[in-house]
Design a protein around this ligand. Structure first.
Ligand code: NIG
Ligand code: FE
Length: 416
């Protein structure tokens, strides 16, 4: 297999994790980098990395000159609701008129609005729209993604969403993990019989999802007005029996004790975390559970940002993700999350990069394959336009500084 060379890389960021699946606390600000570097790729994997003159390499003649540019690992978006039927601009307009997210949800909007629209949409249409979104995200630097169900809210529709995500995994040739989020909201027909919906999730949905091998993880929206802590615990416990680890929506609007409860049960990641008391921060920071912060949701809903600075200072493993969804976070732009991480959450440049690459890969248990630029890992990386440094990602917020996106060794996006 011929080797493909990328050379004249001015700054090559996150070149190794020294076997660590993630970096925590102060380690996040010490990511290794090389100057004047090159990468050799074969068979979709990184086979060689070095510094200095590459002209002696056999691959040099056909090599790609990166013109002194910054190269970094592809972004990993470890929390998205990429599969959905329709945008919710009407609700956005209502919020601009003064209605709150909670008021809109209480009036039948929000997640239930998305579930209604999803029930009217064919599986093929859902697939095509999610695929278009994913192609757009690849152009913005996302090279691996987690996708949740949660707009089905009945057995068939939840399976439909997960089949769409699985088909993306099969046909789009990039790392994808899927998460069952049947416990996203109570459907209106279960308004007065919540226990029946919990039973449906545990007795029918989970077994079917597991039997059809459609999900890697389980998620629950543990929040006032959604699933309480006891219900969330029962669902997570039931999912464990099927081998589904937990990645959970907690502490978005209220601190209900979910952080300690799920850290104690070894959750893989706890996500959102906009509302955290001192004890929540302490418990999470001491654990191996990954704290996934979603600054796009804070921006869009005008709610507090997750306490990235405090978590990192207390030694937590912090990841950044977009939460892309039609209600609370319509942007899937990871570079923008880095910008918000730095400007609003007081993260440092290297911390933001680590949070969006290696730590995010760990949040979907893929950090042995992706998340850093190391020999043996998949060749998933971003070649930026010349003239930018690692600080530029956050600095030029809202701009796309990516020139080429390589996934599994193939160029999947090239700026015109
Ligand atoms: O992660 N918080 C719960 N779920 C989504 C939003 C869902 C929606 O509004 O459609 C989130 O923010
Ligand atoms: Fe979410």
């Amino acid at each position: 297999m011929a080797k493909q060379l990328y050379y004249n890389i001015g700054e090559l960021v996150l070149v190794e994790s020294q076997g660590r699946p993630y970096l925590r606390g102060p380690e996040m600000n010490q990511i290794p980098r090389l100057r004047n570097a090159f990468i050799e790729v074969a068979d979709g994997k990184i086979v060689n990395i070095g510094e200095g003159d590459p002209s002696q390499l056999d691959s040099y003649k056909e090599g790609i000159d990166c013109q002194g540019a910054l190269v970094l690992p592809s972004f990993v978006d470890s929390h998205t609701h990429l599969v959905y039927a329709a945008n919710r601009e009407d609700e956005f307009a209502k919020r601009l008129e003064g209605k709150s997210y909670a008021e809109i949800a209480a009036a039948g909007g929000g997640i239930l609005n998305s579930a209604r629209r999803l029930s009217e949409t064919s599986e093929e249409e859902l697939y095509q729209s999610a695929r278009r979104r994913l192609e757009d995200l690849i152009s913005l630097g996302t090279g691996a993604i987690e996708i949740k169900s949660g707009y089905g809210l009945n057995l068939e529709a939840e399976l439909k969403m997960l089949r769409v995500a699985k088909r993306l995994k099969e046909e789009m040739d990039l790392p994808i993990k899927t998460t069952f989020l049947g416990a996203h909201a109570f459907p209106s027909e279960y308004k007065d019989r919540h226990e029946d919906y919990i039973a449906l999730i545990i007795e029918e949905m989970l077994p079917a999802v597991a039997e059809q091998n459609l999900a890697d993880y389980v998620d629950v929206f543990c929040e006032e007005g959604y699933f309480n802590l006891d219900q969330s615990l029962r669902i997570v416990e039931a999912a464990k029996a099927y081998g589904l680890e937990a990645k959970l929506h907690v502490n978005q609007f209220n601190s209900l004790g979910a952080v300690k409860a799920f850290v104690d049960r070894g959750a893989l990641s706890l996500d959102h975390l906009e509302v955290m008391n001192a004890e929540d921060i302490k418990v999470l920071a001491k654990s191996n559970t990954i704290a996934t912060l979603l600054p796009g949701c804070s921006l869009f809903l005008d709610i507090p940002y997750g306490p990235a600075r405090k978590l990192i200072d207390k030694n937590a493993i912090v990841a950044l993700a977009t939460d892309m969804n039609p209600g609370s976070a319509p942007s899937g732009n990871m570079a923008l999350m880095l910008a918000l991480g730095c400007s609003q959450m007081k993260m440092k440049v290297d911390e933001s990069i680590c949070a969006a690459t290696l730590n995010a890969a760990a949040a979907i248990e893929l950090s042995e394959q992706i998340g850093s630029i190391e020999i043996g890992k998949e060749a998933n990386f971003l070649v930026c336009k010349p003239g930018f440094s690692s600080a530029s990602i956050a600095y030029h917020f809202g701009h796309n500084i990516i020139a080429k996106h390589i996934i599994r060794g193939k160029v999947r996006y090239e700026a015109s």
